[in-house]
Design a protein around this ligand. Structure first.
Ligand code: ADP
Length: 518
């Protein structure tokens, strides 16, 4: 390993490895296929760059991100390492030249897009040359359980088998649920012992849920005082991106925008202006950011709820890559879930895949309504049990107002769900508890239930909020996210029996149910 330290110092100017890097390098040097799960900014690149420099031959790095390839190659070149990339941004002539030079052994690192492996010419070329290793960057893209599955990534596997000498294979990702990890291990023949998991925790990020505010007011207030700092505002659609961008531009914020509806040239310019801090504020759809290594992003604001927690963590995680404290805000509003459902319905994918997307959306909704520590919620989602129960930094941990005992209200809601036959959603349940004369309520005779109108002193919205909180924290279950009907969980029965109290922070106005409920 001494040599690895020499390389670290000589080429990268660092004197120590970060957590996990050394283990990964050791695995490669021992010839073991391996997987690194490290947070964004954790230093995954060095895991293959150091052994790539130590071993004979050329390292092939497979990456789905064209913009990232160029950045990485530029960085290597400036450190005096020979590297190139081959992807669709090059002309056919340029690609051919790179291939020739690659075959002649000119490069220590070659970055390639997954599609390259569909070409037999490419397979033949690498067949004839010594390879030090093959690294799958953004390895979660290989799994159909991942939120960003790329079929071209998966189709590499059978083509790799054509190689007479398969070098050590590495996989690297910052986002992987258990299903995805299992898939990666299976596909790339990696043993469990060769998984280096440093956890997903990003201790410099402060997660905040923002509810019940005017979103434009929030933007003005939050970024008005930090105009020179760099930040990203993610909007759920191109249209909202344009609107938010215009709003901020008119208020003289140094802002730029990025979405798939813009020309390639405009997108490139916007990205450059952002990276060079000429326009330090970026308003964008989720098309922006994969592979952007901008270390000084101080905040990420989600103007609406993303589709799943993987995307949320990846996007929010673009803040604070330099390790400095940074803020992640998620502005929650009721229509977000409708937008995301619409996007899922509209997408061209199988029913099975849509179902998975709905399940993930459900988890995302839970995040927006939980009272638990937000950082903990995310880590639990990824199955990372390390670390404390409360981060002490997120908006839920910092919520200073007293929690209220909402056990009685909860019992009423649970009982109402039960009496409605566990066949209806939150909206109708809230109407029944409110005592609404809604057509559907009357049609099903729910006005004759003993729970009808029991929470009439609350607004329907407040009742909905409480129901959503109960879902988020597991008292109520939603079995089919597409038709979200409520069902009682075992925890619910403990509340009904009076064995558990339910403390909630959701209700702003102090209203208590005075009458006893049986
Ligand atoms: P990731 O791909 O995991 O998001 P990168 O490989 O881009 O992260 O690394 C993030 C930053 O951390 C880069 O600027 C990189 O130079 C720096 N870095 C990586 N390893 C080390 C190290 N051992 N010591 C200091 N800085 C490091």
């Amino acid at each position: 390993m001494n040599k690895a330290y020499d390389i670290l110092k000589e080429y990268f100017g660092y004197s120590s490895f970060r957590t996990g890097q050394e283990k990964m390098i050791q695995h490669v040097l021992n010839g073991h296929n391996c997987l690194a799960i490290m947070p964004t900014g954790g230093g995954k690149s060095l895991c293959y760059q150091v052994p790539g420099l130590l071993l004979e031959g050329t390292a092939l790095i497979i990456s789905p991100l064209i913009s990232l390839m160029k950045d990485q190659v530029d960085a290597l070149l400036s450190n005096g390492v020979s590297a190139c990339y081959i992807n669709s941004s090059l002309t056919v002539r340029e690609q051919e030249r790179c291939l020739e030079e690659m075959e002649a052994g000119v490069y220590k690192f070659v970055y390639v897009a997954p599609e390259r492996f569909e070409s037999m010419e490419f397979i033949d070329t690498i067949q004839n040359m010594p390879l030090s290793l093959i690294a799958f960057d953004e390895a979660h893209c290989i799994s159909q359980w991942g939120h960003d599955f790329r079929p071209s990534y998966r189709s590499i596997v059978p083509n790799l088998k054509l190689l007479h000498h398969l070098p050590t294979t590495m996989a690297l990702t910052a986002t992987a649920t258990d299903d995805v990890i299992t898939d990666i291990l299976d596909l790339l023949h990696i043993s469990e012992e060769a998984v280096v998991n440093t956890g997903f925790s990003r201790d410099n990020l402060h997660f905040n849920l923002v509810k019940g505010v005017d979103k434009y007011d929030f933007l003005l207030e939050t970024i008005g005082s930090r105009k020179t700092e760099s930040g990203i505002i993610y909007a759920p659609t191109r249209k909202t991106t344009d609107q938010v961008y215009e709003f901020l531009r008119k208020k003289n914020f140094p802002v730029t925008k990025y979405h798939g509806g813009m020309s390639e040239k405009d997108r490139k310019n916007a990205q450059l202006a952002f990276i060079k801090d000429e326009s330090p504020i970026m308003v964008a759809t989720n098309a922006f950011g994969m592979g952007i290594d901008k270390s000084n992003v101080r905040y990420v604001i989600h103007y609406g709820m993303p589709m799943n927690i993987e995307s949320y963590y990846q996007e929010a995680g673009r803040a604070g890559r330099d390790g400095e404290p940074s803020d992640c805000y998620l502005l929650v509003s009721a229509q977000d879930i409708q937008i995301q459902k619409f996007l899922i319905e509209q997408s061209i994918q199988s029913e099975e895949k849509k179902r998975q997307e709905y399940d993930k959306l459900q988890q995302m909704t839970h995040y927006c309504h939980t009272n638990r520590c937000l950082a903990r919620f995310i880590l639990d989602y990824f199955g990372d049990s390390e670390g404390p129960d409360n981060c002490g930094r997120c908006s839920n941990c910092l919520q200073t107002s007293e929690k209220e005992d909402m056990t009685k209200e909860t019992q009423m809601i649970l009982s109402c769900v039960k009496r409605m036959g566990e066949r209806f959603g939150a909206s109708l349940t809230a109407k029944v508890l409110k005592g609404s004369k809604n057509k559907k309520v009357l049609e099903f005779d729910f006005d004759s239930l003993s729970t009808y109108g029991l929470l009439s002193q609350y607004s329907e919205k407040e009742i909905m909020n409480l129901i959503q909180y109960l879902v988020a924290d597991g008292y109520l279950l939603v079995q089919d996210p597409k038709f979200p009907t409520l069902k009682l969980s075992s925890a619910a029965y403990q509340v009904l029996k009076g064995e558990t109290t339910v403390m909630v922070q959701l209700f702003k106005e102090k209203k208590r149910v005075e009458t006893d409920f049986h």
